[in-house]
Design a protein around this ligand. Sequence first.
Ligand SMILES: *Cc1c(COP(=O)(O)O)cnc(C)c1O
Length: 334
Amino acid sequence: MSQPSSVPRTFSFDEIVQAHARLADAVHRTPVLTSATADRRVGAQLFFKCENFQRMGAFKFRGAYNALAQFTPQQRRRGVVTFSSGNHAQGIALSAQLLGMPAVIVMPTDAPAIKVAATRGYGAEVVCYDRYTEDREAIGRQLAEERGLTLIPPYDHPHVMAGQGTAAKELFEDVGALDTLLVPLGGGGLLSGCATVARAMHPACRVIGVEPETGNDGQRSFRSGQIVHIDTPKTIADGAQTQHLGQHTFPVIQRSVDDILTVSDAELVEAMKFFAGRMKMIVEPTGCLAAALAFRGQLDLSGQRVGVLLSGGNVDLARFAALVQESALQETQP
Ligand SMILES: *Cc1c(COP(=O)(O)O)cnc(C)c1O
């Protein structure tokens, strides 16, 4: 785990500015939406950065493209390999297709069908593994060695972190100063990038990472000062089923984030229903982490300007319907 080559190096806002220039023509500048109903409910002014409308359906395209665009000609010829629960896979697959290089994706056998199909649809080769018994990182490394592929992990890489941070840069450029920025947290690529942007552009902004309750390794790591490892958590937030923060993401999070809080699966479903019912948009469970925290009302946001990162929108319609239906049934039971 602690080979000299993976010792974290410094990570700065400059890298995010450069990433943004590199990405500008490839990414969508996603809209920032508001809702008077949400504002009334929370007693704050909420600005939703809609990465559910990003290319391939999530912010992961930003980090993937930023990493692949910096490959040498030889790396491009050989191609890229990665492991992912889905959105990073699609981000890598689409970026590889746009940049004309081969891609191999190691995916769990129980990954949502929509994500597997989309990954194959972008022309990538998919290799399956069992997420509860096999080590995806080992499989990825072995493939990299055997075929001379370059491994780009889903979060623990400075080029990935820099790409993800461009979402927050756009948000601040579009809406100006914020009192609080709420960001979904899995392995910390998105949070480390966004927090670095906040510290540079609006240092007074409070930055909070939001995790699923059953997978609160990030919160425990943040509070103990050591990277805490957990078993794969059971949660509907499949994009945040990570077992630990990264060697690169953790120090950045420690230095630039104010706190890490959690929400329950039921609260994620409530947020999904709100976005579908009131704002007419599909946000996947993981994409609702930050919004669910705002909606729950325990964090004092009153009168504040709050940035809420909606990180993705990739959820099977059947699964979406089942989650919403289940919670509707529970509500009608006496
Ligand atoms: C990957 C992902 C996250 C978590 O991002 P990290 O960089 O791993 O912290 C959050 N939401 C969605 C939709 C994702 O795909």
